[in-house]
Design a protein around this ligand. Structure first.
Ligand code: ARG
Length: 467
């Protein structure tokens, strides 16, 4: 008679079955079910290794393989239900394997523990995720570069302290986010190199007395290497913490962009108009058009950062080696994956579809004092020390501001009084276009510099960074 799991998995040392509340509390199958294809992939490699090393026979290996593949098919076509009394995805697979092939299923777990098994599953799962995230980043970078090209002739006030500071090309502004996301891309590739090590073979904590070959399974599964220490292999969660840290940083970048778009789409700024497809209304106020996507792009960073802090807190007091505390890693990691899977495409769609309100920007630029630094620089050119020039222009701004005027409305006498050595034509020449054009360093906002930046970023986008 076939003994179904989990009665055999629960050792006879227990006189009782687990209490229902305890079972529900400890079970992870409610959330680790998504690991099933990776669990099967790892088990198939493990079974092949057992055959290769003469630990199970060829016939047994063939049965294990056929059974595992059948389970994967059933999972794929949705006919496999998780059983909570089988605790987690690993025991569910083993339990189903019994149903498929009988007692030989009990051989699969030879020389393996769920501790190295779950660590392996998470590595395999995240390897797929990394590829998908790289795709999402590339798409978003592409949209930002398209924006930089479309908006190339638009000038916006550049800010420090959220006070208009100096004009910059809007393209230059978009490229700042390109630079941030490119670092995210680099960090992803760097993390992926460390992810590329297999923990399988560590057993519960110490290795196993069977003549296993961890490098064989690592190779079958496409890993570059094997963990160097079995205690570390089963209890390392750095690869997850790094993933969460990566996502928290990316989330912070997207949050800053979200905040900017919320501001810019307000009536007070009015720099952009969100496409109707990426905005929502109010249930009460009929005039409202709310930038919800941008708001949530900002808001999601809360959970991304929270999960990082959560897992660091889980891990910080744990002695070696595996503890059930570590099961808490999964919901955090999965929630972050799901959040980013939703966030990256919607951010791309929103950015792609928004409209820049050039007329508003042109009006705004004429009214601020963002030419002040360049005016001081002109005095310096005429021989005045910079500090003195800074002081004079400051005085001039105070006077103009109190009269509700700007540089364009300076009288010839005022020019003479405050700006010795300059004429009204010098002041008139300080158009935003000229100020932008003058900043020619490779990292600066001049059109030639910015178009070179776009070109280089496009080239980098064409090259894959993942191994
Ligand atoms: N469900 C567990 C987890 O997610 C799998 C490993 C359990 N190992 C154990 N010895 N209880 O971490």
């Amino acid at each position: 008679m076939i003994t179904p799991m989990p009665s055999k998995a629960r050792s006879p040392r227990f006189a009782k079955q687990p209490a229902e509340v305890s079972q529900r509390f400890t079970a992870s199958v409610g959330f680790d079910w998504r690991l099933l294809p990776y669990d099967i992939e790892g088990s198939l490699a493990h079974a092949r290794m057992l055959v290769h090393q003469g630990i199970v026979s060829e016939e047994e290996g063939a049965l294990l393989q056929a059974g595992l593949e059948r389970i994967r098919e059933k999972w794929q076509n949705g006919s496999l239900e998780p059983r909570i009394d089988w605790e987690d995805v690993h025991m569910n697979v083993e339990g189903r394997l019994y149903e498929e092939i009988g007692p030989v299923a009990g051989k699969l777990h030879t020389a393996r523990s769920r501790n190295d098994q779950v660590a392996l599953d998470m590595h395999l799962y995240l390897r797929d995720v990394a590829t998908r995230m790289e795709g999402g980043l590339v798409q978003l970078l592409g949209v930002l570069l398209d924006r930089a090209e479309t908006d190339f002739d638009v000038i916006i006030p550049g800010y420090t302290h959220l006070q208009a500071a100096q004009p910059v090309l809007l393209a230059h502004h978009w490229l700042a986010y390109v630079a941030m996301l490119e670092r995210d891309r680099e960090r992803l590739a760097d993390w992926q190199r460390r992810l590329n090590r297999s923990p399988l073979g560590a057993g519960a904590l110490a290795g196993t007395p069977y003549p296993t070959d961890p490098s064989y399974t690592a190779q079958l599964l496409g890993f570059a290497d094997v963990y160097t220490n079995s205690l570390d292999a089963v209890s390392d969660r750095d690869f997850l913490i790094e993933w969460l840290a990566w996502a928290a940083i990316l989330g912070m970048h997207l949050s800053r962009l979200g905040e900017e778009l919320v501001l810019w789409s307000s009536q007070e700024f009015g720099y952009i108009r969100m496409d109707d497809a990426y905005a929502t209304g109010s249930s009460m106020m009929p005039q409202k058009k709310n930038p919800d996507v941008a708001e949530l792009m900002r808001g999601k960073s809360g959970r991304l950062i929270g999960h990082l802090v959560g897992l660091l807190t889980v891990m910080k007091g744990l002695p070696l080696a595996y503890h059930s505390d570590m099961q808490e890693d999964k919901e955090a990691v999965f929630d972050v994956v799901d959040t980013l899977d939703a966030l990256l495409p919607v951010a791309a769609g929103m950015l792609e579809s928004l409209t820049v309100r050039r007329e508003v920007l042109e009006m705004r630029l004429g009214r601020d004092f963002s030419a002040a630094t360049d005016l001081a620089d002109l005095l310096v050119k005429a021989g005045m020390p910079f500090r003195e020039a800074h002081h004079r222009v400051g005085q001039l701004v105070a006077r103009l501001e109190s009269g509700g005027r700007n540089f364009e409305q300076l009288s010839a006498e005022e020019v003479k009084e405050f700006l010795p050595g300059l004429g009204p034509e010098d002041v008139a020449a300080l158009r935003p276009e000229a100020l932008v054009k003058a900043r020619r360093q490779p990292l600066g906002t001049a059109p030639e510099a910015v178009s070179a930046q776009i070109r280089k970023a496009r080239d980098r986008l064409r090259t894959s960074t993942l191994d």
